[in-house]
Design a binder for this molecule. Structure first.
Ligand SMILES: Cc1cc2nc3c(=O)[nH]c(=O)nc-3n(C[C@H](O)[C@H](O)[C@H](O)COP(=O)(O)OP(=O)(O)OC[C@H]3O[C@@H](n4cnc5c(N)ncnc54)[C@H](O)[C@@H]3O)c2cc1C
Length: 477
């Protein structure tokens, strides 16, 4: 094999001897992809089309032993290192320029224990893998709402989905894990074994090592649930949002909703009159009995005269894949900004509507995630995740096609976010932001008192900050 030109942790140029790369390649059951490999261009892609990075090496791991070999290699050569689960991080944390990527995408196994109501999930699994395996037993782990997302990044950052108000965040269901640490050791954690590491994995990001397996509690869900998906004209948004706010005050835990503003796509099932119009939609799922679902979600359908209403009983798996085609991999460019807010006041409603009217791209949306329920009831010190008491999370999503439109769309998202920042609780949800450098500013204030505890844990498991391409915690013993 040829020598490989790479970049060290500190950004210096490094030449890796071709023989050493060959050795790694032989050691792995999976593959080593270099710039010379025929599938390099495909292998380096991540979900966000804005992220165009060229790692020197990609180690596609087939199991824990492969991950150990890859971590040891990266440490021995002092390489800049990225870890990739589902490659969906909008900021592009799952790749890097000139360094090494440990790619867990071949590791998608899920083993469900229906008696214990739990599931072991490999570190490269997508949400669809978890949903399909658990639904065989009418169980579910609370995960996110787009099935192509990686379970790893989702869990390590928190994890919000349609079951959050009933069963909590994804990280709240995490009861154990297997982690390959910076020194290549395989460490298990649970409430009884290394509980501090488990605490850190519940929202502390990929700071502590490569998680090769996640153990989750699962809950009885489906197979049939009740979907709410009602589109109103944006002209009626103010009244709709006020009614919605009132409804959230009394909403049952079984239902979790997201309000979305956007532009009606030129596609079925939208009528030709509705297509191209600005909308405000209420998306939700009720996980309880179908009769209760229909009854309790009914008010969401009556805020104004809908453009279209797709609400009704639906298989859980259909709800979990409903939005997939709106977020294609590699095709679109994405730049997101999010913040928790402490209320949905009239002033904030007005600004959300104003900015929604001016979005430069028809693919962009603003999402208002409803909090409360179990998310707010789980004790704050149960994990590193912060922000669980906020009643709403606002996520501004600039989504567009042409590179020439980058500036306009990024500026729109920044302008929007800047205008609503005064309503922020000061805590950020780290899974959504769209630039590496921007999430870091709010890191300490978001984790608050937990930051020092996280820094100590980081010093224990990764004192040299090998795992730094994430919501990075500086090691501090
Ligand atoms: C289309 C789309 C829909 C989304 N929907 C939701 C949603 O409904 N709810 C929600 O809460 N969030 C959602 N998100 C945000 C999502 O949770 C984050 O982007 C998350 O980081 C994605 O995880 P990943 O494994 O796919 O990403 P990657 O880019 O692979 O990794 C993200 C981060 O996790 C680290 N990491 C990945 N795998 C491992 C591992 N095995 N061990 C250690 N560290 C690892 C990486 O180093 C990186 O820092 C969505 C994102 C997208 C793009």
């Amino acid at each position: 094999m040829d020598d490989v030109q790479a970049v060290s942790r500190n950004g210096e140029d490094v030449t890796i001897d071709g023989g050493a790369v060959e050795e790694l390649s032989t050691a792995l059951v999976g593959q080593v992809v270099t710039r010379e490999s025929s599938d390099y261009e495909q292998a380096r892609l991540v979900w966000n089309g804005m992220i165009d990075r060229t790692p020197a090496l990609i180690a596609r791991c087939m199991g824990t032993a492969d991950v150990v070999a890859a971590v040891n290699f990266a440490r021995a050569h002092d390489l800049l290192l990225a870890v990739r689960g589902g490659a969906h991080n909008a900021a592009g944390f799952g790749t890097c320029d000139g360094g090494m990527v440990i790619d867990l995408s071949p590791m998608r196994g899920v083993l469900v224990d229906p008696d214990e109501q739990s599931a072991w999930v490999q570190g490269g699994a997508k949400l669809i893998d978890v949903d399909r395996a658990t639904q065989l037993f009418s169980l579910a782990v609370p995960v996110g709402v787009i099935s192509d997302t990686g379970i790893a990044g989702l869990t390590l950052g928190g994890g919000m989905g349609h079951l959050r108000r009933k069963y909590g965040l994804t990280c709240d269901s995490l009861i154990g894990a297997e982690v390959v640490t910076a020194d290549g050791e395989v460490v298990r954690c649970s409430e009884d074994e290394n509980p501090e590491l488990l605490w850190g994995l519940r929202g502390g990001g990929g700071n502590f090592g490569v998680v090769t397996g996640f153990n989750y509690r699962a809950y009885p869900v489906g197979p049939e649930v009740t979907l709410s998906f009602v589109f109103y004209p944006l002209e009626d948004a103010e009244g709709c949002l006020r009614s919605y706010r009132e409804w959230t005050g009394e909403a049952p835990d079984e239902i979790s909703t997201v309000v979305v503003t956007g532009v009606v796509p030129e596609a079925e099932p939208f009528s030709t009159e509705a297509r191209g119009r600005a909308y405000l939609a209420i998306l939700g799922m009720h996980s309880g009995a179908p009769e209760a679902g229909e009854r309790e979600a009914q008010p969401l359908r009556e805020f104004a005269t809908p453009l279209v209403d797709m609400s009704g009983p639906a298989p859980y798996l259909a709800v979990q894949t409903l939005l997939d085609e709106d977020y294609p991999s590699h095709e679109l460019r994405y730049y997101w900004k999010s913040t928790f807010v402490d209320s949905l006041g009239d002033e904030l409603i007005g600004r959300i509507i104003e900015w929604s009217r001016t979005q430069p791209s028809p693919f962009s949306t603003v999402d208002i995630w409803q909090g409360g329920g179990q998310v707010a009831r789980v004790p704050e010190d149960s994990g590193a995740f912060s922000g669980r008491d906020a009643p709403f999370l606002v996520n501004v999503e600039a989504n567009w096609k042409a590179p020439a439109d980058d500036d306009e769309n990024v500026q729109w998202a920044r302008g929007f976010y800047g205008d609503i920042e005064e309503f922020s609780t000061g805590t950020m949800y780290f899974n959504f932001p769209g630039r590496l450098e921007e999430g870091q500013d709010l890191l300490q204030s978001s984790f608050g008192d937990k930051y020092a505890r996280l820094a100590k844990l980081k010093a224990q498991y990764d004192p040299k900050n090998m795992f730094r391409l994430n919501q990075n915690i500086a090691p501090q013993p």
